[in-house]
Design a protein around this ligand. Structure first.
Ligand code: ATP
Ligand code: MG
Length: 219
């Protein structure tokens, strides 16, 4: 089953939040998910330790450069979706993870600075494609966006689309429930209400379904 790698060298771009939202929403639909915490800051592990893990989810901690390829291979063969959360750097660990990906997601805030640094993630994917001589499907997801798109957001999105970059619609809006995941653990269905929960669940689910469609080759 597929491996989804969440990668951007930009710190705080929303990688771990995207990983948890995607993993928990897919698991909520009954898809078994294994999440690999490859970040020495251990965001996923901290999330997993906050409360009982939702059904259908496993989190493996301390996955390193030395064992990432083996770990992915061990888990993507047994009917799971593997989601890899990485540190906000460019490193050999990141390259190795990307080399194993069926889909790379690059979360990006819709600001010029984030887009500039996020573009380096796309460059890194292109370099892996060249080294491996295979296409690595990838997409950008805008994170922490406002309900009403800024001019800057529109401009960055148009520019990405002009470069034939796949941009996932919907973006992940800035929502109290999404940042609450790390405060409470669990998922959007188990946590105490934070802001507009229905809006948050609809947003996360629609995003996860768009990712799932891409895995099924309907992108
Ligand atoms: N859609 C969102 N709505 C509200 N808050 C968000 C959203 N996405 C991320 N955040 C908050 O922004 C901060 C950074 O997010 P996150 O930890 O997911 O980024 P990251 O890319 O994993 O960072 P790092 O590079 O440090 O691993 C966190 O406090 C998180 O709760
Ligand atoms: Mg993180």
């Amino acid at each position: 089953m597929p491996t989804i790698v969440i990668a951007s060298p930009k710190g705080g771009a929303g990688k771990s939040t995207t990983a948890v939202l995607l993993g928990t929403e897919l698991a909520h639909e009954g898809v078994p998910v294994t999440m690999l915490d490859c970040d020495p800051n251990r965001s996923l592990t901290l999330w997993a330790g906050q409360s009982d893990l939702p059904e259908h989810i496993d989190v493996l901690s301390d996955v390193s450069e030395a064992n990432i390829v083996r770990t992915i291979k061990a888990h993507d063969s047994d009917g799971q979706i593997v989601i890899v959360d990485l540190e906000g750097v460019a490193s050999r660990l990141v390259s190795r993870a990307i080399s194993q990906a069926d889909l790379v997601l690059t979360p990006m805030r819709a600001t010029t600075l984030d887009a500039t640094i996020g573009a380096r993630a796309l460059q890194l994917i292109a370099e892996e494609e060249e080294a491996l001589d295979r296409r690595i499907p990838h997409a950008v997801v805008f994170t922490m966006t406002k309900a009403i798109q800024s001019k800057q957001h529109k401009g960055i999105e148009i520019s990405l689309r002009e470069q034939a970059v796949d941009v996932i619609d919907p973006p992940l809006l800035e929502r109290a429930a999404f940042s609450g995941l790390f405060a409470f653990g669990g998922d959007l269905h188990s946590m105490p209400a934070q802001g507009n929960m229905i809006g948050a669940r609809d947003n996360a689910r629609a995003f996860a379904m768009q990712v799932y469609r891409r895995l099924a080759g309907e992108g």
